[in-house]
Ligand binder design. Structure first.
Ligand code: TMP
Ligand code: ASP
Length: 237
């Protein structure tokens, strides 16, 4: 199924598909990194868990009208996706204040935003993925005003769908990061992954952090937390 390796990121490898030149194979790695790769550890089983979780969420979104690059899960650690040109923006949606925004702007930890807040970061490791505004995005990437509006509308739609879904499995969707890509026909679709690496999820009863923050902050066992997320998804089905 896999042909040449096109790209290797911190959490995934991207291969060309050997059977379909318009498709790619995403292979999820066991590595976890934080602070732009300064903290790094390998967790056997993490690749499988994120692949399973993301392979659940993308079809769930598709059924609710959110188009994405996702085609199908191939095996434990790999999925088939449409080839897109990734727009080098990280679109962060926040429902509650935590993480970088509390340090940057002094919001009280855990405080609720009246409306979900969107932030853009420029995906560039050398620059440490800096926070940028729309004008920067227009200069640094090939997006237009219309594309940015479309991306933000989609990000908020995804937030509405996922917030309600996670609530149904007793998890509060605190914030998350999305990436979008362009298909060959130019249309913009959701890409990358949605997993506990890219979302903050807090248990609604205990407030426990059930995402990569346990690794970032060294407060818990990443694999057992990700296993619990997958189990809740599987029980929902
Ligand atoms: P932040 O509070 O560190 O800015 O993170 C906001 C959200 O984005 C959080 O859900 C974690 C996610 N995220 C990524 O997926 N990749 C990253 O590189 C960073 C910094 C955050
Ligand atoms: N994925 C990012 C990194 O290593 C950071 C993070 O998720 O906190 O660098």
């Amino acid at each position: 199924m896999k042909a040449e390796l096109l790209y290797e990121g911190k959490a995934k490898q991207v291969y060309r598909s050997s059977t379909d030149s318009e498709k790619l194979v995403l292979a999820y790695k066991n590595d976890a990194t934080a602070f732009n790769g300064k903290k790094k550890e390998s967790f056997p089983g993490k690749g499988r868990l994120n692949n399973e979780i993301s392979s659940f969420i993308f079809p769930y979104l598709h059924e609710r009208g959110i188009k994405s690059h996702f085609v199908k899960r191939l095996n434990e650690t790999e999925q088939l996706v449409m080839e897109t040109e990734i727009i080098p923006l990280e679109i962060v949606v926040r429902n509650l204040a935590t993480g970088s925004i509390t340090k940057r702007l002094g919001f009280e930890e855990g405080s609720l935003f009246e409306s979900p807040l969107i932030e853009l970061f420029y995906k560039n490791d050398e620059l440490d993925d800096p926070l940028i505004n729309d004008d920067h995005a227009l200069l640094l990437t090939d997006v237009t005003h219309k594309d940015l509006r479309e991306i933000k509308v989609k990000a908020l739609e995804i937030n509405t769908v996922l917030k309600e879904f996670f609530q149904s499995i007793n998890l509060q969707l605190v914030d998350f990061k999305l990436e979008f890509g362009r298909l060959q026909n130019g249309s913009i679709v959701l890409a990358d992954e949605i997993s506990p690496d890219t979302c903050r999820l807090w248990d609604m009863e205990t407030g426990a952090k059930m995402d990569k923050d346990v690794f970032r902050q060294g407060t818990g066992d990443l694999i057992s937390v990700y296993e619990q997320i997958l189990q809740r998804l599987e029980r929902w089905v």
